[in-house]
Design a binder for this molecule. Structure first.
Ligand SMILES: [Zn+2]
Length: 150
């Protein structure tokens, strides 16, 4: 049993392919923050197949223009870290990528203002902004529409 997938049931997905699924998370310090999760259980990037890498490329090629169209985000900071998995003994890493969309200008959505105070620098990994389910659903819907319009 994969502990990562068991602990993080997939929901608010904006894009799912044969090998990957992209979902909006409830913590939104950066508007549109999401995870690109490998659907199979693999523990490191070195274990990815050529097909999985190629599909990841097609996903990024969709997400970059979709985020820019939906919210004006540019660039997308995308990274694979998996550090928390190594706090456990034994560790339980599962390949997933973090998306931190970056914003030069503030964005307003459903009465909330999102400001990227560190634009041009590394994102703030300590920043947190829990939002309610309706906001997560709205963000997901706008990104899905942008992906569909590409
Ligand atoms: Zn797993």
């Amino acid at each position: 049993m994969c502990q990562f997938l068991a602990n993080k049931p997939l929901k608010n997905q904006i894009l799912t392919t044969e090998h990957w699924t992209v979902g909006i998370v409830p913590d939104q310090p950066y508007l549109g923050r999401a995870l690109i999760t490998l659907r199979a259980h693999k523990e490191s990037l070195g274990k990815l197949s050529t097909e999985e890498w190629q599909e990841f490329q097609t996903i990024v090629q969709k997400l970059e223009p979709a985020y820019e169209q939906a919210f004006g985000a540019k660039p997308l900071n995308i990274g694979c870290f998996m550090n928390h998995a190594y706090r456990a003994e034994p560790p339980h890493p599962h390949v997933h990528w973090q998306i931190f969309p970056r914003y030069k200008a503030p964005v307003h959505l459903m009465g909330m203002e999102f400001i990227d105070g560190r634009y041009g620098s590394f994102y703030d990994d300590d920043a947190h902004r829990p939002v309610d389910e309706s906001m997560v659903a709205e963000i997901a819907q706008r990104l899905k529409s942008a992906i569909d319009s590409l």
